[in-house]
Design a protein around this ligand. Structure first.
Ligand code: AMP
Length: 472
């Protein structure tokens, strides 16, 4: 199967060739012809499947015919949950469209609005936006929708998790009724199905990886280690295994900063990205990591969302995520289209329940290893001896303490305080003021990750697929 056989035009084929893509990925094979034909799409696809190109390429091709865009108007809108993802999608659109004479722009919160208003003045063919900033721009008459032909909702599940349901509905109400709709989501829970009901018109349903599964091209395993030895083990592994580009996930901003300090003390070039780092710092750090000047990038879940580093070889879970679905999102950073990767978790005894919940979700018992010199004094119990029940969303307390003792820093999380659909507040919300003094900061303005509900049901009586390996 070639890109040319999917019906793409010469300027796009040239850009694809220059990007080094030899063959289309499964989602591209299914989605590109359908989008070119003007159909609506509902696609279950994780980051790493080539989903961005699957909508961006045919979208650009369709926009090459049709009317000239008028000032302050847009012809296609891509909504994304975070500014990082917006930037990345915007870069992809610009890259794929570089041999076409179409205009694109990216807008998101947390930065000055004026330059974005200027960009929109002449009109743009493709606008990539986070929902909050888009509505702000609309309220200032900077963006108009009457010429809009196509709407893309990218990572729709994440948008709902981050509390953007109302914003999305507001945006939908502003758009022309006749339009093409493309909906992409890693998971298809009840909320997404409800959203898609009124939105999509006889959509083509595309599923490229089974729901709640991790990419098959990712080799995953666990190092059992005492909590107090994790930092030393990480430095040891980076040095001894010769790892050159490692993305490390951690739960808290403070934890990220102190781990980076530790790595640097051990002579390893490292940097952190998290919600308290400015957009400029995040972009700079990411560029240095991509250029291999930083060997270890330590990130909280929200900061890492949408990070696109092609062929990232390795993802480390320094701590397991409290929300099992985040494991899938984390591991999705490696083993991307056409490449293989490794996902390694450093697990201490106190994390066994989290490990059990993850294994239940991915339906796989992860192989365990122990590194010489780091044999844990507190053995991690076998997960089959641990019972995990799906969590129900709880009402958040005024100030949420994650139960880890008074000194432990709160996990970085979404600070959107708006009640979720159905009147239930998002789990783990906390109230903060925005830079402009509002009480409802938007996630794209640098907030942390929202907590997801555990939606998976444990597979009753299912024996583990792999039994734990003996320590080396
Ligand atoms: P996405 O799922 O859109 O986040 O894309 C994941 C990564 O795969 C990005 O780095 C893309 O540049 C890359 N990619 C997309 N399509 C292809 C393809 N057909 N062949 C190789 N890499 C691709």
């Amino acid at each position: 199967m070639s890109f040319a056989s999917l019906g793409l035009s010469a300027p796009l084929l040239r850009a694809i060739d220059e990007s080094g893509y030899a063959t289309p990925t499964p989602i591209q094979i299914k989605a590109i012809p359908a989008v070119l034909a003007g159909r609506d799409i509902m696609a279950a696809a994780q980051t790493g499947t080539g989903k961005t190109a699957s909508f961006a390429l045919p979208l650009l091709q369709r926009l090459t015919s049709g009317p000239q865009v008028k000032s302050n108007h847009i012809r296609a809108l891509v909504l994304t949950p975070t500014r990082e993802l917006a930037v990345q999608v915007g870069q992809n659109v610009a890259n794929y469209g570089k041999h076409l004479s179409l205009k694109s722009a990216v807008v998101y919160g947390g930065v000055k609005i004026n330059p974005q208003m200027m960009k929109l003045r002449g009109g743009v063919d493709v606008l990539v936006a986070t929902p909050g900033r888009l509505l702000d721009l609309f309220s200032q008459n900077a963006v108009k929708f009457s010429q809009l032909e196509t709407l893309v909702l990218d990572e729709a599940d994440r948008m709902l998790d981050l509390g953007f349901s109302d914003e999305i509905r507001k945006v939908l109400a502003l758009l022309p009724k006749r339009r093409q709709n493309l909906l992409f989501s890693a998971t298809f829970g009840e909320d997404i199905r409800k959203l898609s009901d009124g939105l999509l018109n006889q959509p083509l349903q595309v599923e490229v990886s089974p729901r709640n599964s991790t990419a098959q091209s990712v080799k995953q395993w666990v190092y059992e280690v005492d909590k107090s030895k994790k930092a030393a083990l990480l430095s040891h592994l980076v040095r001894n295994q010769g790892w050159t580009q490692v993305l490390v996930f951690i739960r808290t901003k403070h934890g990220a900063d102190s781990l980076v300090a530790n790595l640097i003390r051990d002579g390893i070039a490292a940097a952190a990205i998290h919600g308290s780092k400015s957009q400029g710092v995040r972009s700079r750090v990411l560029a240095e990591f991509k250029a291999n000047r930083i060997r270890v990038l330590v990130a909280t879940d929200i900061a890492a969302r949408g990070i696109d580093i092609s062929e990232l070889p390795l993802v480390i879970n320094y701590e397991l995520p409290k929300v099992p679905e985040d494991y899938i999102h984390r591991i999705g950073r490696t083993g991307r289209a056409g490449s293989t990767g490794e996902g390694i978790s450093l697990v201490s005894a106190d994390e066994v329940k989290l490990l059990a919940a993850i294994e239940t979700l991915i339906r796989l018992t992860l192989v365990r290893e122990v590194e010489n010199g780091f044999i844990p004094t507190h053995k991690v119990p076998l997960t089959r001896d641990v019972r995990v029940r799906p969590k129900k969303p709880k009402k958040p307390k005024q100030k949420l303490d994650r139960g880890a003792g008074p000194k432990m820093e709160q996990e970085e999380q979404d600070n959107n305080t708006k009640p979720r659909r159905g009147g239930k507040p998002a789990i783990g919300n906390r109230r903060q003021k925005t830079a402009d003094g509002r009480n409802k900061p938007r996630p794209e303005a640098g907030a942390g990750a929202a907590k997801k509900r555990l939606s998976s049901k444990p597979k009753r009586g299912a024996p583990p697929k792999n039994s734990p390996r003996k320590p080396r």
